[in-house]
Structure formats: structure tokens, C-alpha cells
Design a protein around this ligand. Structure first.
Ligand SMILES: [Zn+2]
Length: 454
């Protein structure tokens, strides 16, 4: 059926009329007691098993927790390790007995968690997930850790390093953030070359693309379920569409040395990014893209907004690739939701629930759930803060913030006559679990290369 606003409004109107006992239209003000509806919904929402679609589980001293590092920067208030909510998290998870995060009290927490890690081994993080009601968590990591249970943690690996086969000294000299990022991208690329059995970059673009595909296939066979771009930290999210010949000429010119101009580097990256997007379709590896504000004071907010991806996301050549806009585009969340009109594009709410307090996050979530409710997924973006406050406390804050904001958003939608309680709970299950889970094969049945033509 052809979609029209009129037909959509008529069917929505009919559904509300049928389901809500005489409320034929939504109201701009709540008609019921929102607080009471919230209190009624919250325990039901807290009982839903979750799929955490974006997370960095791991120990604070584990260098594989991410392919990049956070440069010295000015973190927003709620993300600082001084956030008193983390005391509540440590209390809930480990029985932390103190009311502050003084260094000597932090030592209590380090000893307590070390003791548990020794006693529980690979089950340590399983127990954290159990305590929080998370059934499955994605693990965005440079490599999987042997202390994470592959039945509960699904690996998402990084692919940005493929964008940096040439000299990066010009990029690294731009600012302090890039000076931290660039050597780490080179390190990751060297790791992948070694993994593919190569001692240096292939001689031709064809060889380079074959190397990229080999690593993607290897990572998928090792349990990888998606590829992740952090590229917004390194360049704008708008990707042009240069020809293969142009990319081949640049590869020949610079793969063995020499410093490309910024425009030449960008053009080459435009081509490689699109190659990876196509490979994501061929291999059934969803493409996760960081598409919101990010860490580092030089992070360019407008260049990295998800809307800059529109020419790629709305290109019918990439319909067989699933895209997940990690962090949902914040602070451009109102625009980003319109990208989810494409059937292969999803928004993940991770990090937004940590940057914002729940009252503000509730409004973002509500707008998204009122627009494309079947395209929004929950993620925590948990990350170890320091030796004492780990990914564990961060998981707790992400889960608590998302559950409470979700209950509040749905309570307002019910009180304003938009949805019924059963529909609210269906939306909650989609957001917290079902939509994300549906994008990946079940554990132990990893899809591998179909060997189709590239
Ligand atoms: Zn992340």
C-alpha cells in the first residue's frame, strides 16, 4: 500500500479509538495521573530482559576495551567520575558502604571487585549482566577478552583503521585529539595486517581491498556480529562517491610513503568507507556508526551529525546493508530520527542516556518512539571510568537511566491518549530487546561469508 500521511493518520486514529475507550485523539496535556502510570509501568519495564546494543565491557587496565583512547578533555558533568550517582551504582552492585568516592574508599571497591573477579572468572561479568537484567550485551572492543563469556557478549569490531593506510602525520598535527587518535589507528591497522598474514601493505588497491575483506571475514568467523566506525572523531561524516580509478591512483601514489593532501586523503577514505558499507551488506555485518557528539574538546559537532550521512543512508545501492546510528545523533536527535525512515536504518540511544539526565533523555526518547518506535534500540555505552569505578557502575547507570526515562516517556504517551498500556509494553520490549536482537544471528550460529561477488 502506498504510504500517505492521511492513510497513516486514519489508521492510527482508528486504533486509538478502538483501544483507548473513547479517546479519539491525542491530547496536548496529560489526562491521567502520569506519576501513577509511571509507578505502574516501571516494575514491568524493569522485568524485561535487555539487549545492550552498544557497550565497552572490560577491565580498566585492558587496552582492548576500545581501538581509541579518550584524549585529555573537558567531560560533560554527568560523565565525570565524580558523579555521585556512581556511589549508588557501587552500592547496588557491590554493597559499597561509603557515602563518597574518596581515594581510600575507592581502594575498598578495587579490592572487592578483584576478589570477585578471581573467584568468579569468566562468570564475573555474566553476574553483572544478571544483576542488571541484561540478557545479551554487545562488546565494542579491539579484540574479545577471554574473561567475557561469548554466550552473553557479542563482539563488534572496529574498522576505522582501514581508512588510514597512508602517512597520518598531517592529520595528527591538526590538534591534540588527533595526535592521540592517529597512532592508535596505525597500531590497529598493523594488527590487522599481521592477522591477515601480511608484513606490509599490498602493492595495489585490489590487494588492499582483498586484505580488508579477509579481515572482515576472519573477524566474523571469530564471532564478530557487526563493524563499528568511530570515524566521526577523525573527519566529517559526509562521504562523496569517487571512482575506483581515482582511489587506485591515490593508493599507488601514497601506499609506500609520502603525505597526501587533506583532500586526497578524504577522497580515498570516501571510497574505502563505501567499500566497507557494501561489504557489510554482502557479509550481513551491520554497520555501526558513531553519529553524535563525542569525547575530546576538538570534536566537531556539526561535521559529525548523523544528517551528514544522508546521501549514503538514502542511497538505494546500500539497501542490503543494515546501519545503526550509534548514540542516535545527539544533540541533533530531532533530525536524526528522520533517517530511520529507511527500512535498513536504526537509531541506538546509548550514551545519550548518560550525557543527559533522565528528565531530558525522556523527551528525546519520546520523540523517537512517537516517530519510528520499531527502529530505536537501547544501549548503555558503558565504559570503565578508572581503576575503582568500572564498566560495571557505568552499565548500572545506563540501565537505570534508560528504564526510568522509558517508563516516563511511555507514561506521558499513555496519559496523553497516544497509546494503550499493552502497546506501551510492546514498544518497551522492542526498544529494550527485540529490535536489536532481530538484527543478528543467535549466538553459536554466526553467519559467514556467502562468497558472493564483491
Ligand atoms: Zn561507545
Amino acid at each position: 500500500m502506498r504510504f500517505t500521511w492521511r492513510s497513516a493518520m486514519l489508521s492510527l486514529g482508528a486504533a486509538v479509538l478502538l483501544a483507548s475507550k473513547g479517546w479519539p485523539q491525542a491530547s496536548p496535556l496529560p489526562r491521567g495521573d502520569v506519576q501513577a502510570i509511571y509507578r505502574h509501568l516501571l516494575p514491568q519495564i524493569q522485568a524485561i530482559k535487555m539487549f545492550d546494543h552498544h557497550a565497552h565491557p572490560g577491565y580498566a587496565d585492558d587496552p582492548d576495551v576500545d581501538a581509541m583512547a579518550i584524549p585529555p578533555s573537558h567531560l560533560p558533568l554527568r560523565l565525570r567520575d565524580t558523579n555521585p550517582e556512581l556511589i549508588a551504582a557501587a552500592k547496588a552492585l557491590f554493597g559499597y558502604p561509603y557515602k563518597d568516592l574518596a581515594p581510600e574508599h575507592g581502594r575498598w571497591l578495587i579490592e572487592k571487585t578483584n576478589e570477585r573477579k578471581r573467584a568468579e572468572g569468566v562468570q564475573y561479568f555474566d553476574h553483572i549482566l544478571d544483576k542488571l537484567g541484561i540478557e545479551t550485551s554487545v562488546a565494542n572492543r579491539a579484540a574479545m577478552a577471554d574473561y567475557l563469556d561469548p554466550k552473553r557478549f557479542r563482539w563488534v569490531f572496529f574498522v576505522d583503521s582501514f581508512l588510514f593506510p597512508f602517512d597520518t602525520s598531517e592529520i595528527a598535527s591538526r590538534n591534540e585529539d588527533e595526535a592521540v587518535f592517529m597512532p592508535l589507528q596505525r597500531k590497529m591497522l598493523e594488527r590487522y595486517l599481521k592477522q591477515a598474514g601480511l608484513s606490509q601493505l599490498p602493492d595495489s588497491l585490489d590487494g588492499y581491498l582483498a586484505f580488508i575483506s579477509r579481515v572482515l571475514e576472519q573477524n566474523q568467523q571469530r564471532g564478530g556480529i557487526a563493524m563499528k566506525f568511530e570515524v566521526a572523531y577523525f573527519r566529517p561524516l559526509h562521504f562523496d562517491d569517487p571512482s575506483r580509478e581515482t582511489a587506485a591512483t591515490l593508493y599507488e601514489k601514497y601506499h609506500a610513503g609520502g603525505v597526501p593532501t587533506p583532500q586526497e586523503y578524504r577522497t580515498f577514505q570516501d571510497f574505502i568507507f563505501r567499500y566497507l558499507v557494501r561489504e557489510g551488506g554482502r557479509l550481513h555485518l551491520p554497520v555501526h556508526i558513531h553519529s553524535s557528539v563525542g569525547a575530546g574538546d576538538y570534536f566537531k559537532v556539526t561535521e559529525s551529525t548523523a544528517i551528514n550521512l544522508e546521501n549514503v543512508l538514502k542511497d538505494p545501492r546500500y539497501l542490503s546493508t543494515t546501519f545503526v546510528l550509534i548514540h542516535g545523533g545527539y544533540p541533533y536527535a530531532r533530525q536524526a530520527i528522520w533517517l530511520a525512515a529507511m527500512k535498513n536504518v536504526y537509531l541506538d540511544s546509548s550514551a545519550t542516556e548518560l550525557i543527559l539526565y533522565p528528565s531530558e533523555f525522556k523527551d528525546v526518547l519520546q520523540l523517537w518512539l512517537e516517530t519510528y518506535p520499531e527502529k530505536i534500540t537501547f544501549g548503555s555505552d558503558c565504559f570503565p571510568f578508572n581503576e575503582a569505578l568500572g564498566a560495571e557502575e557505568s552499565y548500572w547507570l545506563g540501565v537505570r537511566s534508560s528504564q526510568t526515562a522509558l517508563a516516563a516517556a511511555l507514561a506521558e504517551m499513555m496519559a496523553e491518549g497516544e497509546i494503550t498500556e499493552s502497546r506501551a509494553l510492546e514498544v518497551a520490549r522492542q526498544y529494550l530487546h527485540d529490535t536489536a536482537a532481530s538484527l543478528y544471528p543467535p549466538p553459536g550460529s554466526s553467519r559467514v561469508s556467502t562468497g558472493q561477488q564483491r
